[in-house]
Ligand binder design. Sequence first.
Ligand code: GMT
Length: 379
Amino acid sequence: MRIGITCYPTYGGSGAVATELGLQLARRGHEVHFISYAQPFRLGQFHERVFFHEVEMDEYPLFEHVPYSLALAVAIQDTAEKHDLDVVHVHYAIPHATSAWIAREMLGDAGRLPVVTTLHGTDITLVGLHPSFHRITRFSILKSDGITAVSDFLRDETVRDFGVPAERIDVIPNFIDPEAFRPDREPCHRGVLAPGGEPILMHVSNFRPVKRVADTVEVLARVAEHRPARLVLVGDGPDRPRVAERARELGVEERVLFLGKHDSVAELLSCADVVLLPSASESFGLAALEAMACGAPVVATRVGGLPEVVEDGATGLLFEVGDVEGMAQGVRALLDDEARRAALGRQARERAVECFAAERIVPRYEALYERVIREVTGS
Ligand code: GMT
């Protein structure tokens, strides 16, 4: 099939998932056309069947904000016509599902273009609830020929808050490439990340308020009262200054390493002894799955879709949002009992491979594309 994919190219789970999906589809023989305002951040490698189409936009003095949704709609229509796309798969409903609907309307019945929308998280649980977006998000989701959500939690939120019938939503979880994310990734950076050989706590995110990154520093400070430990923070975003300030206030800035944004998080996650994900909300928590695939137990919050990824007591530990004392005690218990920590790490790897490997999940997207193409075009 010839598949168009639209996503946010910036650092975040939805862009990572969309990019990996495109690469996996290309490896399985499909032709993949990414359509976005910039090259997706994980699309570094060349692949003979992967193409990137940049959305062209013109600044004009009259515009306070360039109407990206319209430019994207035209780019989708152009790419669909020039490359005879069989289906367009958009990730994150706002504004991608709307742009895809406009493109399909402009193509008319002759070029009837099936559209699949994947809901990722805050398009439903936060941004989409805003009065400026709610009605058009609902409209655009319902106009999609196929709808997926990355967790049962997110499907249920979509049913409750947007009135989308449950039977229209396929739950297809996020996935990982178990060869890319694995415990023995080389080169190993432990010597750099923890020169004194201390255990490594790690967190990966875009440092937005919903991630509660400062809680990772609170956990580290409590653990460090009893034993050596380092906290490696991967990523960057609006909360980074506040996190650095909290580390200074708690007197642990020497134990906290800010690494900034990295595309190769797999090499880093495979150095972690425990990965922390204390989010206030997560529809899935791709970072938790990537950590599990790298053999790291995950200490996270019992919110959203995270309990569908992290099995409490088996592949990690789950706590209420803000329970930094509980998380610190959980981390200490794991670090004080290496056999148990390693066992949870092995079980985390097993669950990641058995339940969330690309070879299990990607065929579900292929089957969905084939279904909507049959339903829409009759062929
Ligand atoms: O929803 C967002 O904030 C954006 C998105 C992203 O691009 O990071 O995150 C969501 O999609 C990820 C991939 O499906 C999920 O793993 C994240 O849990 C989800 N974020 C939230 O629900 C806050």
